[in-house]
Design a protein around this ligand. Structure first.
Ligand code: SF4
Length: 421
């Protein structure tokens, strides 16, 4: 069973992690740091070195990349000439299609017109604007460095330039009832973006907002209220012509993120920069997350993906075969792991996953998986149609529980009536 043909032009992609933010938001646990101009200059020099080292290693010599994604952190904190040196180095070092989707994550406070225009001159053609909310009280609560007026202004500048852009939103915020969420959502839709992503606030232990919730200083909406906010999101985006193509992502037809879809269909990609992940040749690996350790590894001659030096020009494959290689994170994905990925990545997409692809990967867990998907379909949470398995709309808000259930079913078959042993 091979991947459907229409998935093949989504990737491969290149992800670059830019680990700088103007200030840390109270809910965020991403790998980012505040850094001054000197730190950003040094980082760009290291990133250019990593690009050249990976290209020299030859592992990606046969690939033609279709997407580039500058993520973070806040890539729009880079100066225009820094963005262009990075994009230029990628095109000089790797084969990239002329019509590649080139996206930059940007925040309103740093997406000044000069930076945006430099990004566009360098071949950028898509911006993901992190507005998060159009409610100033919510933005203050989130410690964001912009207000709603600036978010609207930046969206207007993107529209003036006819740049395809996405806006990011957060729902399930403390103190945000469903009516207030509807108002913020309508305002975001009126910005005229081609694409909208909206995520339920989830708080990782250790973040300031997690502490505030744990101590009772802030209260999150209950599950029913959060679900109501998600359902409102699906209804209002759909009415505005933005189709739900993934649980949390909505787009006008043909303007879905190719780069992100490639992740969800388990396509191949190269990640560069601290904490970036890669998937290629049946392997997944991750770069050293600490920017300092990543930088030292690059300066020592490469091997940032394993947090250790390697000879310049050596390939990842050769490196991985070294018996004493202290790999930070590397795994070959096959069999049950692949089936698990089809579940927690592939089923995120509204289109779903071809059943044969999932069943083949599940191997001797396929029969149990089939029984369990049948049970969840009877509950109205999954759909099996024309050889595809997908989430039903009622399953989207509880997708994490469904994915965990299906993965458990592969490993530990349950009776067909759904009761666990
Ligand atoms: S700007 Fe984004 S990456 Fe940076 S701290 Fe805030 S949420 Fe995290």
């Amino acid at each position: 069973m091979t991947d459907p043909a229409h998935w093949r032009d989504l990737g491969p992609g290149i992800y670059l992690h830019i680990p700088f933010c103007r200030r840390r938001c109270g809910y965020c646990d991403f790998a980012s740091t505040t850094g001054d101009a000197a730190a950003r200059n040094a980082f760009v020099a290291d990133l250019l070195a990593e690009i050249r080292l990976v290209a020299a290693g030859g592992d990606f010599a046969d690939e033609t990349f279709r997407t580039i994604f500058l993520g973070g952190g806040t890539p729009s904190l880079l100066e225009g000439d820094q963005m262009n040196r990075i994009l230029g180095a990628l095109r000089d070092s790797f084969a990239v299609t002329p019509d590649a989707e080139v996206t930059m994550e940007a925040n309103p406070e740093s997406l000044e017109p000069e930076r945006l225009d430099a990004f566009l001159r360098g071949g950028g053609n898509r911006v993901s604007l992190g507005i998060q909310s159009l409610d100033d009280a919510a933005l203050r609560l989130l410690d964001r460095a912009h207000d709603a007026a600036l978010a609207r202004h930046r969206a207007g500048e993107l529209k003036e330039r006819r740049v395809s852009f996405s806006v990011d939103l957060i729902y399930g915020l403390p103190g945000l009832d469903t009516t207030a969420w509807g108002t913020a959502l309508d305002g975001a839709i009126e910005l005229g973006a081609d694409h909208l992503s909206a995520y339920l606030l989830t708080l990782e232990p250790g973040t300031p907002m997690h502490v505030a919730v744990a101590t009772g200083e802030l209260t999150l909406p209950g599950e029913e209220e959060a679900r109501a906010q998600y359902e409102l999101l699906v209804d209002r985006t759909s009415a505005a012509g933005l189709s739900c193509y993934e649980i949390s992502n909505f787009a006008r037809p043909g303007l879905e993120s190719r780069h992100n879809q490639n992740y969800w269909v388990r396509g191949e990609y190269l990640g560069l920069g601290p904490s970036a992940h890669s998937h290629h040749g049946g392997w997944r690996w991750a770069n050293e997350p600490d920017p300092g350790a990543w930088s030292r590894a690059v300066q020592a001659g490469g091997g940032a993906s394993w947090g250790m030096p390697r000879e310049a020009g050596g390939s990842y494959r050769e490196m991985s075969e070294a018996a004493d290689c202290p790999i930070l994170f590397r795994e070959r994905v096959s069999g049950r792991e692949a089936a698990a990925e089809w579940i927690f990545l592939g089923l995120r997409r509204t289109e779903g996953v071809p059943w044969d692809l999932l069943a083949t990967a599940a191997g001797d867990g396929a029969a149990a998986l089939e029984r369990r998907t049948g049970f969840l379909a009877e509950q109205g949470l999954l759909e099996r149609q024309d050889g595809w398995l997908r989430l039903a709309r009622a399953g989207r808000f509880v997708s994490d529980a469904i994915f965990a259930d299906l993965m458990a079913a592969m490993e530990d078959p349950v009776p067909v009536d759904g009761t666990r042993r």
